[in-house]
Design a protein around this ligand. Structure first.
Ligand code: SF4
Length: 454
């Protein structure tokens, strides 16, 4: 978009924000105009169907959002996340991809610090300690370089990213055209920080939680659950935008997928949910925490039920591969930069050829491991088996060896054969369950198509 078009879109958004529900059709028409690459054509059509139906769960979601969240935050989210990052950004990503012949991401995940104030069971962040930090200048440089390639969405993980909250807020304000997001343990979200979030407007949080009080405290330490709930209360009070993230594993899958837990999170003000499954990465990982194939299949169905019936936008990082045509790592949709600057294909893949302190972002995207991802993806024709580590470990072994990538695990280098040995059993067990689900899904689609053609 040129400056005039951007100004017109901004004015139109202000007009829509005065009566958002009544003016939803205008908002959707604006989205159609901005989606130059037509990449989101199907999504916009689906949103039109769902949001304009007064009885749909998504209409209820939108009504609550506009009622309960500060209007300025919603406008910023639409401007930065939907328009700049998704509709406009995706078209620019595509142009850059053709120009440079490499993957260009839609989002960049970076760890401002390896420091964390908790020691969660099975998490590598606690092992890294506070030795590594990306300076403000480095974070700023990554965002500047990213914007050149059309990237307007930046996510922070860690360590605990809010250990660096002053620098993060400074970054959000310096790049008011981008949207920022952090996965946080919630223990550093005090009243002052809520005020900073409101002031910045372009920064949302996902609170890490493991289910009920006992499950959360079992993995994250005694008293953590109550601190997270108190932080959610503060955020809700200030009409801020937030959600939760869970890591489902053998001992909490049924709990984090239960009606009781999800309804409680909705009542506490969460608007979105990220579900991750446990990955046994690092020297002290606990492969026995891996979810069973039955649990993963249950979560696949459960997430779809939640999306159909509850006013919360729910994602499943592995089981949603069908919507992204498989793995999104290696810059295809995202990449990860750890606190030491190592540029990795994904937060769970600790191998790299390059460090952001030595190369540009574009060179990192053209590095051997990233090009191997570009060449190798999708790693399975069944997008319910998307992952080169969790579902297709031979693919990860091959890419790491052929690209000559080194282990970037900060605590202790991990040989790729050793890492993949930890997931081989889970991959083997998941394959028949995933193939059955894929087949059922295919049959359902066929039946829907037949119905439509009648
Ligand atoms: S490498 Fe695995 S965990 Fe990472 S994005 Fe790809 S599928 Fe997901």
């Amino acid at each position: 978009m040129n400056k005039v078009q951007r100004r017109s879109a901004s004015l139109l958004l202000r007009y829509i924000a005065q009566e958002p529900i009544k003016r939803l059709p205008a908002m959707l028409s604006l989205a159609e105009k901005i989606d130059r690459s037509r990449q989101y054509k199907r999504h916009i059509a689906l949103f039109r169907e769902l949001l304009l139906d007064p009885d749909s769960v998504w209409r209820g979601f939108a009504e609550r959002l506009f009622e309960e969240v500060d209007a300025r935050l919603i406008r910023k989210m639409v401007e930065c996340f939907i328009i700049n990052a998704s509709l406009e950004g995706s078209a620019r990503n595509k142009e850059a991809e053709e120009k440079y012949n490499c993957n260009i991401p839609w989002a960049i995940l970076m760890d401002p610090t390896s420091a964390c104030n908790l020691r969660c069971v099975g998490c590598w962040a606690a092992e890294y300690g506070g030795k590594n930090n990306l300076s403000y200048e480095t974070l700023d440089s990554i965002v500047r370089q990213g914007k050149e390639l059309g990237v307007h969405f930046y996510i922070f993980s860690g360590g605990e990213p809010l250990v660096r909250k002053a620098d993060i807020i400074r970054l959000c304000k310096a790049h008011a055209d981008c949207y920022f997001f952090a996965f946080t343990n919630g223990t550093m979200v005090d009243e002052d920080f809520c005020g900073e979030l409101l002031d910045a407007g372009n920064f949302a949080l996902a609170f890490s939680i493991e289910g009920d009080e006992a499950s959360t405290d079992m993995r994250r330490g005694k008293g953590t659950y109550r601190q997270v709930i108190a932080a959610m209360e503060r955020m809700k009070e200030r009409r801020l935008l937030f959600g939760y993230s869970t890591c489902y594993h053998r001992y909490n899958t049924e709990s984090v997928g239960s009606d009781e837990f999800v309804d409680d999170m909705i009542a506490r003000g969460c608007r979105f949910a990220w579900n991750f499954t446990y990955m046994p990465v690092g020297r002290n990982a606990k492969p026995e925490l891996l979810a069973t194939a039955e649990q993963r299949a249950w979560m696949y169905k459960r997430v779809r039920e939640i999306r159909d019936t509850k006013p919360i936008f729910t994602m499943d990082f592995w089981n949603d591969g069908e919507y992204t045509e498989g793995c999104i790592a290696g810059g295809r949709r995202y990449l990860h930069i750890n606190a030491a600057g190592e540029v990795e294909p994904c937060a769970f893949i600790h191998y790299s050829n390059v460090n952001i302190h030595e190369v540009t972002l574009l060179s990192a995207l053209q590095s051997p491991l990233f090009m191997a991802y570009r060449k190798g993806a999708p790693f399975n024709h069944n997008h319910l088996r998307p992952c080169p580590l969790l579902d297709n470990p031979s693919a990860l072994k091959r890419m790491v060896k052929e690209s000559g990538a080194r282990s970037t695990d900060l605590e202790a280098p991990e040989n790729v054969d050793d890492l993949c040995a930890k997931t081989a059993g889970a991959a083997e067990n998941w394959a028949p369950a995933a193939d059955k689900l894929w087949e059922e899904r295919y049959e359902l689609e066929e039946a829907e198509l037949r119905e439509m053609s009648r």
